[in-house]
Design a protein around this ligand. Structure first.
Ligand SMILES: [Zn+2]
Length: 285
């Protein structure tokens, strides 16, 4: 944040002392039935997996009512996750609204919300082995929805050059391969991510986005329940554990494992995918 010299009003301190209010109290947000999901998970069997190579991305699909797990394997590694409605790519993860509802970092019991006009839960986090981390003394925490994704445009702006393995490019290539189209057609579908395993925050003095070494270790995982049919894409960030830099080939990088698990049909009882948002879209017209 840039400080512009201004004249303080006489009541400046009183204004600063006004207590904040939560923008979106979540008491009325439909709550996931975690007990039901976890009971169903115990009946699930593995139906597929994909190993995401370092500095690259891969796609995967998850039917509504199934689970997917993202695991650290071999070494500490951060992942950038995109989600789409498998039948309609215009419905996709809305990082900004998810942040407004749940805060800067996600953990078990919180959800990845979709874009307007559907705006419904796409996936619910059911397990987070890094839930113990909390918020550290720097204001850092894990699994953020504040970063966008590392990308070659910002890299070019700040450092020059042409680097092709930023998460944005990895996700673009993976989606293009899945759809059977070129990168120019796939790129507009790529969107702001959930930064899986990434440890980030804002500096208290300047308000700048920071990253630090992820606490993730092999065996750690984040697991999700798919609320709708999902197409996912996961990039193993060229920043590795994001302890120093990204957008280059210098950091140590490791693969990430995505596994899909489907529960027994009866295990979810009367559960059905959430309906699209109830707003009538007339906008007062
Ligand atoms: Zn990245």
């Amino acid at each position: 944040m840039t400080t512009i010299p201004t004249t303080q009003p006489e009541d400046a301190e009183q204004r600063r002392a006004i207590a904040p209010v939560i923008c979106y109290p979540t008491e009325t947000l439909p709550a996931p039935d975690l007990a039901l999901y976890r009971a169903a998970r115990r009946t699930a069997r593995k139906v597929g997996e994909v190993l995401v190579p370092p500095r690259d991305a891969a796609t995967f699909t998850v039917p509504a009512g199934s689970f997917f797990r993202i695991s650290s394997v071999e070494g500490p590694q951060v992942g950038d996750l995109n989600l789409w409605n498998a039948q309609d790519l215009s419905e996709r993860f809305y990082s900004g609204k998810t942040r407004a509802l749940h805060g800067t970092h996600l953990t078990a019991g919180e959800r990845m919300w979709s874009s307007f006009p559907d705006m419904r839960p796409m996936a619910t986090i059911t397990e987070d082995t890094l839930g113990w981390y909390g918020i550290d003394s720097f204001g850092g925490s894990v699994h953020d929805v504040i970063g966008t994704r590392c990308d070659p445009y910002t890299n070019n702006l700040l450092s020059g050059g042409q680097y092709h393995h930023c998460c944005h490019s990895n996700l673009t290539r993976a989606l293009a391969g899945h759809l059977g189209v070129g990168p120019a057609e796939a790129e507009p579908h790529v969107h702001d991510v959930l930064n899986v395993f990434m440890c980030t925050g804002f500096t208290r003095d300047t308000g700048q986005y920071f990253m630090k070494a992820s606490p993730v270790r092999p065996g750690d995982f984040l697991e999700f329940f798919a609320e709708i049919d999902l197409l996912g894409a996961l990039s193993a960030c060229p920043g590795g554990d994001c302890s120093s830099e990204h957008s280059s080939d210098t950091a140590a990088c490791h693969p990430l494992l995505v596994e899909v698990f489907t529960p027994e049909a009866a295990a979810l009882g009367g559960w059905t995918p959430p309906a699209p948002n109830g707003y009538d879209r007339s906008h007062g017209h």
